[in-house]
Design a protein around this ligand. Structure first.
Ligand SMILES: [Zn+2]
Length: 258
């Protein structure tokens, strides 16, 4: 039985194409050599530590055969075309992420979510993002599902590219004696890094809870409204690991229970 396209749901013989999880233009821009390895990590929600030695991949083989030709050569190709000229100066830190216009932010937010979702479907954790979140992105008019947030920052880096799926959720309670809640199964946090640009796509399913940025660390990309903000009780300490900056950026995004 052929599997349906992750984004539009179309199925049928021979309709699937091979889509690079990292688009070809970006592989070329990052100058990744043919034998380049991509680091994939899975962090524990309890300790923030990586659960296992990160899996490494060739960036060129990082292909997922679950996207149809029509999506691949249609809206996804259009999205790459409009996202590339915005992303390149951010990746090279020639333009601050805070300078994005609202229109540019919505493009970067959609691109970040699309790329993060593709990564989640080939993750060693086998916890792919739920399909309804992929389906609403489909098409030129496709949007992020309400409740999904994308965030960015520009930092130094050690690896040209990395990916982290984290279950670490700091929780802020607005009311005294309010309880921390267990992380729901369908919450997710997916961090991506391309040179200096770090992008985070996050979702917490309870509409009475809001994604909450760490002061000075997360810049909201989309939705662009003012996010709740907290001041971490700890310094942002970064160890020497190859994806330490990405871990910090991904793990410190919090959720506030209202
Ligand atoms: Zn499709």
């Amino acid at each position: 039985m052929p599997k349906p396209c992750l984004f539009c749901g179309a199925d049928g013989e021979g309709i699937l194409s091979k889509e690079h999880v990292i688009p070809q233009w970006l592989i070329e821009h990052l100058g990744l050599p043919a034998d380049d390895l991509m680091i994939q990590g899975v962090a524990s929600s309890a300790t923030n530590q990586l659960l296992e030695t990160p899996r490494v991949h060739s960036s060129f083989n990082f292909i997922h055969g679950r996207v149809c030709c029509e999506c691949n050569t249609g809206w996804m190709c259009n999205l790459e075309g409009i996202a590339k000229p915005i992303l390149v100066p951010l990746i090279d830190r020639q333009r601050p992420i805070e300078s994005l216009s609202q229109a540019e932010s919505s493009i970067v937010g959609k691109w970040a979510a699309k790329t993060a979702y593709m990564h989640s479907w080939i993750s060693p954790l086998r916890r792919p993002v739920q399909l309804d979140h992929l389906r609403v992105l489909c098409g030129d008019a496709g949007r992020l599902l309400p409740g999904v947030g994308t965030f960015g920052v520009q930092l130094d880096y050690k690896q040209p590219s990395a990916y982290l799926l984290s279950g670490c959720w700091p929780q802020c309670c607005q009311v005294e004696r309010q309880r921390f809640t267990r992380t729901p199964n369908d919450a997710y946090k997916i961090g991506l890094q391309f040179r200096n640009l770090y992008l985070l796509t996050a979702f917490w399913p309870d509409p009475a809870s809001l994604l909450t940025v760490a002061e000075g660390l997360h810049h909201p990309i989309f939705p662009p409204q003012d996010s709740l903000e907290y001041r971490p009780f700890d310094d942002f300490t970064v160890d020497e690991g190859p994806i330490a900056q990405l871990q910090m950026f991904t793990n410190w995004l919090a959720v506030s229970h209202l």
